[in-house]
Design a binder for this molecule. Structure first.
Ligand code: HEM
Ligand code: SF4
Ligand code: SF4
Length: 543
């Protein structure tokens, strides 16, 4: 028994550790595929970022909004981070059944802690399993927040933790029996019933049970390691590592969610200068690798918990959009396409392949096929995100507000829309009238210029708008209205009417960059301006 346990455990360990090291390397190369972010935006105030991370993790501040789930998860997560000494003990027990850790092995506070945290981790995962089973996606309609989540992967992760938790207890009970614990001791306060159960077994039997249980514990850990290493898109497993950097690099160092004014439109990590855009500037996102590395990190971190989905007004009113499924689709696509990109693959703006045949010769066929999928496209076009999904978003921000791992859905959705509008001139037909009104009448409703802003209330709005626009012309924005200075963003709910001179120069400057890309100009520019000001007005109002 002992020899078999040693061989099985060590072989699985070698394979598991090697694959995990490979997976970590893959992740590093994968994140490097993303675009840089503007300097300092994700690393400013490192002390405050660390405080935010500790607060969000130890306090489970965002998880605890959902009561018992957060409480149960806290013990599972803390157990995972603090139970590694039990892994070392299990390796020792493979060779010597009554082996304990030097120095702390028999130290009462350590033993109390292990008994307590292992019990709570086991109870915690049982609670999470029960919650998942009570919310099965088979529930009618869209009620289950797990609808569309990869349930098999979640069950796997749950059963692994349950098995490891129980194995720790059995080993503690066997340890107590081997050490002849014959009355209740605080050091075995949780595992004492097991000691009683093992009482009377012979030494050889107890030793064999130790070898076997240690093998089960280590083998389960390593099978988990092998499985997640071979599935780098397994968010429910990988978030336990990735959630930490994702929270640390969140947009606001102080912990605020990534809401408010939209981010400037950037290309290669630099805000685009719309008065004189660079020849190689990329407008928005049309390929998954055009997201920033933080975007790729966001996608990989999703736990598929469905909180965003459960709060999404689009999902709850029967629209095709679920923020969770959108993030999952982007993640799965990015991971599937990664081997092609890492081999140097990619498409120029004209759609030509950048890599040579030689470079792509070892790329798996599945990755090459994935690379051919348009990021935005219908089912017939084999698109990753359907245009109907993309345009169903109201940019309300409820998903961002909810997400416990701080994924920034709205920014990603807006980036994809920016490309669609500015380069493809593709947007819902309903927006056409509004864009035309904006262009011709200066307001989205088509009110005549003379009367649109008349009347006591309207003139108040206008004077406030004019004040705002005259103080900070949107042209000074680094992107098409999206990074306008504060007065512009906090302008009244109705989009302010830009001054004529401002409009003229906006249109002409837009034309200068758009001409190089042969895309219609004025509607997109107007659209982007109106959306960003409207969105920020919505988002600054209380929810
Ligand atoms: C800042 C760190 C972390 C955050 C924000 C986080 C967040 C989450 C969220 C939101 C879920 C979905 C739970 C639900 O709503 O049903 C989840 C699930 C889970 N997390 Fe974490 N997590 C973190 C760290 C960890 C760590 C370190 C572990 C270590 C084991 C872990 C293990 C799990 C497991 C096993 C599940 C699946 C539970 C289920 O199936 O319902 N998490 N996590
Ligand atoms: S911002 Fe969009 S995706 Fe997120 S909850 Fe609102 S409508 Fe849904
Ligand atoms: S995006 Fe966030 S809230 Fe939505 S399923 Fe993923 S982890 Fe949960």
């Amino acid at each position: 028994m002992q020899l078999a346990a040693i061989i099985v455990s060590l072989v699985l360990t070698v394979v598991g550790v090697a694959l995990l090291a490979r997976a970590i390397g893959q992740f590093v190369r994968y994140f490097k595929l993303g675009q840089p972010v503007p300097a300092g935006t994700r690393t400013d105030n490192p002390y405050q970022r660390s405080v935010t991370l500790v607060r969000e993790f130890l306090g489970h501040t965002r998880m605890n909004r959902w009561g018992i789930v957060g409480f149960a998860h806290w013990f599972v997560a803390v157990g995972f981070l603090t139970l590694p000494p039990t892994i070392i003990t299990a390796y020792g027990q493979l060779f010597e059944a009554d082996w304990t850790l030097p120095v702390i092995g028999g130290f009462l506070p350590y033993e109390l802690y292990i008994e307590f945290i292992a019990a709570m981790t086991t109870l915690g995962i049982i609670t999470l399993m029960a919650i998942r089973l009570l919310n099965l996606p088979s529930r009618p309609g869209r009620k289950s927040r797990f609808a569309g989540s990869k349930m098999g992967q979640a069950y796997f992760v749950e059963y692994v933790i349950l098995t490891i938790g129980l194995a720790i207890y059995v080993l503690r009970g066997l340890e107590g029996a081997l050490h002849h614990v014959d009355h209740f001791e605080a050091a075995y306060f949780a595992s004492y019933p097991l000691i009683l159960a093992f009482k009377g077994l012979g030494l050889g039997t107890l030793q064999n049970l130790v070898y076997f249980t240690a093998m089960v514990k280590l083998g389960t850990t390593m099978i988990w390691m092998i499985t997640v290493s071979l599935n780098t898109n397994m968010g429910v497993a990988w978030h336990r590592f990735l959630a930490f950097p994702n929270i640390w690099f969140k947009r606001n160092a102080t912990g605020g969610t990534a809401l408010g004014g939209l981010q400037p439109m950037t290309s290669g990590g630099k805000p685009i200068d719309f008065t004189d855009p660079g020849e190689d500037d990329v407008f928005g996102v049309s390929q998954v690798e055009q997201f920033s590395w933080k975007g790729l990190l966001d996608f990989s971190t999703c736990t598929e918990c469905g909180r965003c989905q459960s709060q999404c007004p689009a999902w709850n009113t029967g629209k095709p959009l679920s923020p969770k499924l959108l993030i999952m689709s982007l993640r799965d696509h990015a991971h599937a396409k990664a081997p092609y990109l890492l081999a140097g693959g990619g498409k120029t703006m004209e759609g030509e392949e950048k890599a040579s045949e030689e470079q792509l010769k070892d790329v798996p066929a599945a990755a090459l096929a994935e690379a051919e999928r348009p990021l935005i496209g219908t089912l017939e076009e084999n698109g990753v995100i359907d245009p109907d999904v993309l345009w169903s978003c109201t940019t309300c921000g409820a998903c961002v507000e909810q997400c416990p791992v701080d994924i920034e859905h709205v920014d990603h959705i807006v980036d994809m829309r920016r490309y669609q509008v500015m380069i493809e001139s593709a947007f819902p037909s309903e927006a056409g009238t509004m864009l035309k009104n904006l262009e011709k009448k200066g307001n989205p409703w088509g009110w005549p210029r003379s009367s649109a802003w008349s009347g006591p209330r309207r003139s108040t709005s206008r004077s406030r708008s004019s004040a705002a626009t005259s103080r900070t012309c949107p042209r000074s924005s680094t992107s098409t209205g999206s990074a306008a200075p504060e007065p512009w963003r906090t302008a009244p709910r109705r989009p302010p009417r830009p001054s004529p001179s401002c409009c003229t120069s906006r249109a002409s400057s837009s034309r200068s960059w758009a001409a190089t890309r042969s895309a219609p100009v004025t509607p997109p520019a107007a659209w982007a301006t109106s959306r960003s000001s409207r969105s920020s007005a919505w988002r600054t109002s209380p929810r």
